[in-house]
Design a protein around this ligand. Structure first.
Ligand code: MN
Length: 562
């Protein structure tokens, strides 16, 4: 892997951007007192490390030029061409949305996602920007530190995760953790510091033992790594298990990297021969990859000294993908240089990331306000997810806490609307049941079944709630009695009892008379005007016929007034 300094020698574009940005930011300082340009270099170094193209590295160097110096977008375009200008423009827009303050967070996030749909490189450079700012967070005010760190955990870490950049996700969370939740962080560190060290020692013994076994059975091994669990993800796991430390088997996990998929299963078999596996903890993410593309075999065994230990087994390719996601694709797919740089960038994305971005695009069209959109996004998409299966074996991703009703609406609106019951792993479950990772969920529907109002409270996802509300509205529209307002004008003979006969007939047809007026008498005729309402959609024709039959009525005219 080349360094930025090496890159400057091989890429005239990057060199030009470097010199230009250094000059443009001359004299500007960071809060730390460092020259502002150090930030640009920091961002560019990450972008380079993640294997993005030269255009992206140039854009990373230039990302704050339009925002913070006297140079304009046009300057960037004329100096560096359309592609770099496009990337810088995307980043400038995000920056502008951000600087408008926290109340526009929703709008800023929405902009970010739109930019990601347009060209994922913009978001990856933005992640590099955020990552560098996080690493220099100590220079901000405590209040600003806290919001910045929380926002990073809530929004940026999940986006990194979604792009398959798991290593970055872990780092963003770990840097943010002490600023966002100082007390919790202190507790985790005090409780686990010794344990981390003790585990690491133990696993060194396990590694030596394993190496001997592998060579004895001639199983080729590329590498054995021991890996301490990220602090924030440890904290989240503890929350899930009510702070019960005994449930944490992967405080330090062992990762075995092998040449081929076949070797993965060979290693799994050998581990189970050496040590007894814990039931229910063997996961085959090779046969069944996670929606973000992650692949590995996981198992937990009673290891040396009968201690519970987790192993992850994967190939080199799977490992690269697990650590860097999108960036791994950039590395492994051939660089396509064409006029359409955006579609080339998208072509370099993995299938799963592409699908996710595509889904995001369709889905954001469903929301009218930014607030509604972002609420749903945080709650449904960026929160912790579980994976369940349809009876056909299709994987369905839902936020943790989802009910069978959420599952039904996720599959199809009609299935949700006609929901009559559900089974999880073959057992009937209630509407309020909380679905568990890995279950097979089957929804029973009933024709003509309609959503109930209390479903809104039962549903966990805002998507389901939105669909239920919509259907309830449609139903209400259909059943609401509509009234017709009518102006009725009768030309009648002037006789005693005429008004009584007419009103009696109207009442018999459930007509509510609001007002009656009589006109001037001409010859022996006069007019009676009624203003009335019917609880029906149209004027019953029988009424008109009967009116005409009343003795002395010459003419019937009416006008619908709605
Ligand atoms: Mn920046």
């Amino acid at each position: 892997m080349s360094t930025l300094m090496e890159k400057l020698n091989t890429s005239p574009l990057v060199k030009h951007a470097y010199d230009f940005a250094e000059h443009a930011h001359k004299g500007q300082l960071r809060k730390s007192g460092d020259p502002y340009f150090t930030h640009c270099v920091g961002v560019a170094e990450s972008v380079l490390k993640w294997n993005l193209d030269d255009q992206s590295i140039a854009a990373a160097l230039l990302h704050d030029v339009v925002e913070d110096t006297s140079y304009t977008r046009e300057d960037i375009a004329s100096q560096f061409g359309k592609e770099v200008a496009f990337l810088v423009e995307g980043l400038t827009k995000l920056e502008e949305a951000e600087s408008r303050g926290s109340h526009s967070e929703a709008e800023s996030l929405r902009k970010m996602l739109l930019a990601m749909v347009e060209d994922p490189r913009v978001i990856i450079i933005k992640l590099a920007d955020r990552y560098h700012n996080l690493r220099t967070l100590q220079h901000l005010s405590p209040e600003r530190q806290k919001t910045f760190a929380k926002e990073s955990i809530d929004i940026f870490a999940p986006i990194a995760y979604r792009l398959g950049m798991n290593e970055l996700k872990g780092e963003i969370e770990d840097i943010s953790f002490p600023y966002a939740f100082p007390e919790e962080y202190a507790w985790v560190m005090n409780t686990f510091k010794g344990l981390y060290a003790e585990r690491a020692n133990y696993l060194r013994r396990v590694t030596i033992h394993l190496s001997q076994e592998f060579s004895r059975y001639h199983i080729p091994i590329t590498e054995i790594q021991t890996r301490a669990k990220h602090h924030y993800s440890l904290y989240k796991k503890l929350l899930k298990y009510n702070m019960n430390q005994d449930k944490i088997y992967d405080l330090v996990a062992v990762r075995i990297i092998v040449p081929s998929v076949g070797d993965c299963y060979a290693v799994l078999g050998m581990l189970h021969k050496l040590w007894k596996p814990l039931p229910g903890r063997i996961k085959d993410y090779i046969a069944m990859k996670k929606p973000n593309g992650y692949q590995s075999l996981h198992t937990t065994v009673f290891c040396l000294d009968n201690r519970i230990t987790e192993f992850q087994i994967r190939t080199q390719d799977m490992h690269a993908l697990a650590e860097n996601g999108v960036a791994a694709h950039w590395l492994y797919k051939e660089q396509t240089r064409g006029s359409d740089a955006v579609s080339a960038a998208k072509a370099r994305l993995g299938e799963t990331e592409r699908q996710w971005i595509e889904r995001l695009r369709n889905w954001q069209n469903d929301f009218t306000s930014s607030e509604e959109f972002v609420d749903s996004l945080k709650h449904d998409v960026l929160s912790d997810q579980i994976y369940v299966f349809t009876p056909q074996g299709d994987i369905v991703e839902l936020p943790d806490g989802s009910s069978p009703l959420d599952f039904a609406y996720k599959i199809h609106t009609e299935i949700g609307n006609t929901y009559a019951g559900a089974k999880a792993d073959g057992h009937i479950v209630s509407l309020t049941y909380r679905l568990q990772n890995g279950q097979i969920v089957e929804v029973m529907t009933q024709k003509n079944k309609k959503p109930a109002r209390d479903w809104i409270k039962t549903a966990h996802t805002s998507l389901a709630r939105k669909k239920i509300k919509h259907e309830l509205n449609v139903l209400e529209q259909k059943t609401r009695p509509t009234t017709t307002r009518l102006e009725l004008k009768l030309t009648v003979e002037n006789r005693v009892g005429m008004l009584r006969d007419a009103t009696e007939l109207l009442s018999a047809h459930h007509c509510n008379i609001e007002k009656v007026t009589s006109g001037a008498t001409l010859d022996k005729f006069t007019t009676l005007s009624f203003l009335c309402t019917f609880k029906e959609k149209s004027v019953p024709s029988a009424l008109v016929v009967k009116l005409k039959k009343i003795r002395g009525i010459k003419e019937v005219e009416y006008k619908v007034k709605n």
